[in-house]
Design a protein around this ligand. Structure first.
Ligand code: FE2
Length: 283
């Protein structure tokens, strides 16, 4: 009964995935950064890549730059090798996460380390505040066993990547937008209620099974993203079959966004500088 008194967030908007390709022809489902949902401050883009066909991903993402924001890669299946022009390199395995703060700029590649079999995961772009856009690049990378699991009543489990569920703290720290990034597994009939900071932008994305999102609940099919309204708790539940849902939230920056491909700055002038710096090898 007490639960009834908690303010909950209904769904504000749905974004069906838009099939697209990026990098060297990698097929993607784009759910933020598409025609329905251009951005959800501070989130600039969310792609789900999922294919068992090597031809859909084998080209990977060869050398490309980033400046002014963060990329978050969460692998569900398959292996992706990354390397950048500062000498950073690593292998992302299933269940691992890389939170990369591009800051003033890196040039990197993200390449599948397999030619066949399921390759599945997400890439989220998180904006940086104006004061941090030219910060030094930083990597936070966690292997699957370093991501703690919160086990809740009713058989709900949550991999906590950023934020805190009960007393389980996610490993990602020191990010300007105070993000929450949770991978929530709901058994059939399971329910997860999670209080989000007031004013944080938030979305839920069912990626296995369909889910009921918000209260009052909206049925959201796999592959469609639900934007939640501003204040209160996120409520996720599963119907007759199990579901797995990404729940992500962050503090909006409310600053000008000028975006040109992999450069996201606050003014046209800064974009011109980014292009010049990249072309003259200053990344
Ligand atoms: Fe990238």
């Amino acid at each position: 009964m007490l639960d009834q008194a908690i303010k909950t967030r209904p769904v504000a908007k749905l974004s069906r995935g838009q099939p697209t390709s990026d990098g060297a022809g990698v097929k993607l489902n784009r759910v933020i950064g598409n025609q329905t949902l251009g951005e959800l401050d501070p989130f600039l883009l969310l792609d789900e890549f999922r294919s068992e066909e090597g031809a859909d991903y084998i080209g990977g993402f060869p050398d490309h730059p980033h400046r002014g924001f963060e990329t978050v890669t969460y692998m569900l299946a398959g292996r992706m090798r990354h390397g950048d022009n500062k000498g950073n390199a690593g292998l992302l395995r299933p269940g691992s996460v890389q939170w990369m703060t591009a800051g003033r700029g890196i040039v990197h590649s993200e390449m599948p380390e397999q030619e066949e079999g399921l390759m599945w995961g997400f890439q989220l772009w998180v904006n940086l505040p104006a004061k941090d856009k030219m910060t030094a690049p930083r990597y936070q990378e966690f292997q699957p066993e370093e991501i703690p699991l919160a086990t809740l009543p009713g058989g709900v489990t949550v991999r906590v990547i950023a934020g805190k569920v009960g007393d389980v703290q996610g490993p990602v720290t020191g990010v300007a937008t105070d993000p929450i990034y949770l991978d929530v597994t709901l058994p059939a009939g399971g329910r997860f209620s999670f209080d989000l900071p007031a004013g944080h932008s938030a979305f839920a994305y069912p990626f296995e099974g369909d889910a009921l999102i918000g209260e009052p609940a909206t049925a959201v099919p796999r592959g469609t993203l639900a934007v939640l309204r501003e204040d209160g708790a996120a409520v996720l539940s599963a119907g007759a079959s199990a579901a797995r849902v990404l729940l992500v939230a962050g503090r909006p920056l409310k600053e000008a966004v000028v975006r040109y491909g992999p450069f996201v700055m606050n003014s046209e002038q800064q974009i011109r500088e980014a292009i010049t710096d990249y072309q003259t090898g200053r990344f």
